[in-house]
Design a protein around this ligand. Sequence first.
Ligand code: SAH
Length: 346
Amino acid sequence: MKEILQDLSLEELGALVLSLGEKKFRASQLWRGLMQGKKISDITDLPKAFKAKLLERFEDEPLKIAETLTSSDGTEKYLFELADGNIVEGVFMRYKYGNTQCVSTQVGCRMSCAFCASGLNGLIRNLTAGEILCQILAINARHGGTLEKRAVTNVVLMGSGEPLDNYDNVVKFLKNVSAEGGICISPRNISLSTCGIVPKMYELADEGIPVNLTVSLHNADDEERARVMPVAKAYKIADILKACDYYFQKTGRRYIFEYSLIEGENADREHAERLAALLKGRPCHVNLIRLNEVKERALSGAGEKEAYRFLGVLERAGLSATLRRRTGADIGGACGQLRASRLKGE
Ligand code: SAH
């Protein structure tokens, strides 16, 4: 595989341009063109000879949209093909306040959560910073967005992969996606979701990129949590909460817990009460979602009534909580579902 130009910051592009014997201002032209989602060969204001030099070393199109599915609720799901033939998926969701793009950070995942389709075949490889960025650039361009008027206004790192298990590439991506003069999406409009890799949560807090931190909790009890999330054997909930406190202290950002309601596992009144007791008084928000059923996994989502009862317990305890709609359920909206069926040739 060739190198990926979208991995570079504007500063690094500057050094590259000079090393190739071009004038410095070419870096800004190049950066702008790439940020508009263009292939190198399609950036018209660059000299042909310079583009030819770049193409010897760099991928012209590190990622392309291989398939698009549109849900009855307007949600769009994409399969992206990478230069080495691997595929990852992304989701584009329309909300009143803007459009959210959900991006993948790894091909596959090694966390093996029992309800998730992303880890069915383990981790294949990490995505580079540029491959994560290109998912946004491609979708922004597809929806007629420009750098001045973006079609993608919010980003969530909730596609396949565990972002904090690909830390350096993810941090580089966060810097480039929020950099001035590029697509410039503010860290405040970006949410990073983790299964709770405690040491990396501290590192992220110290990084100075105040993204919204989201933790996939799914249970208030360590042992029960470990039944569906193997990573819970390594990191205890008490330590996750300490890392969240530190994150809040450093960034001033309230943090969020994801809690997927699984029938017979974590969704009854007792579990709601335990969660409420655990989180009471914290500067946090709880996002409930009824599990999206994954064919390959023997777990079902809680019923709607049970989900509302769970929400009621949290609200009465004074917690800020919402029950999310299951957007795109008819198009395999949950993590890894679409890729899993593509790999099996369905
Ligand atoms: N690895 C990261 C981000 C990816 S998953 C993390 O663990 O947070 C984004 C969210 O979707 C996580 O909260 C994850 O637990 C949840 N999820 C995965 N599969 C799901 C499913 N089938 N139904 C509902 N939520 C699911």
